[in-house]
Design a protein around this ligand. Sequence first.
Ligand code: PLP
Length: 273
Amino acid sequence: MKTFCFANSQIIESEKAKIHPMDIGLIRGYGIFDFFRTSNYSPVFLNDYLDRFIRSAEKTFLALDFGKEELSQVIHELIEKNDLKNGGIRMFLSGGVSENHFSPTKGSFFIFCEDLDFPSKDKYEKGVKLLALEHIRSIADIKTTNYAFPVWHSKIWKKEGAEDVIYHMNGQVSESSRSNIFIVKDGKISTPANHILHGITRKRLLELAPQTQIRNITLKEALNADEVFMTSTTKKVLPVTQIDELKIGNGHPGPITKKLLEEFTELEQKISV
Ligand code: PLP
């Protein structure tokens, strides 16, 4: 089936979309993106994702020719044209083609529709393993396209039977490669305050559990937690039951993680009827 995207200010067939090979998005990895889902044809938490994308453009000094209203209109048109009942939508703005092959200029802007896979039922029931990895993302609060380090490392974490990594630096946890991290100890929920992307799923979880402490969390605390879970657009609320070779809590998804996944799923269903 033909799919359609938004490229060069118009809706065209996705396979006809083009970008210049010398765009610094490609040769320097300088660009921004954002990604959200549709549920029953409704773009989930669209407002939040558009705000974050516009903020990313401002922070990276990239000009975005479209405002929130226009983006929203195009997105609704694409959902209809692609019959995107339950899928993913990716907005991407590149750094542009630059004379010195370094400084940002006017970039190319695209919106693509994609099929989407969630983690298996088994992963939600049993939880997943993360590898502890000493790393910190640069300009972590901006959703840049630079994921070279985790893309490279994914070969290693897959070989170790892990779902992903948990980044730590100087003993402090920040996040996973594409998710935020929460821990639960003695019924108290906490999530790292610094060196993170401000996830839209994290934001919703903080609304569902407003007593959550936003603070610095050590790796030691994460390893000794009763429950650990990760949140993201594509994972929702996914239990983490192992970090490296250590079981978290009793090695099974905990009650608070399960309750928050349920509440998050209900919230999403409510807004997409
Ligand atoms: N942290 C990083 C580095 C990410 O790339 C992502 C999502 O891609 C997240 C956290 C989770 O954010 P969200 O809940 O908006 O998907």
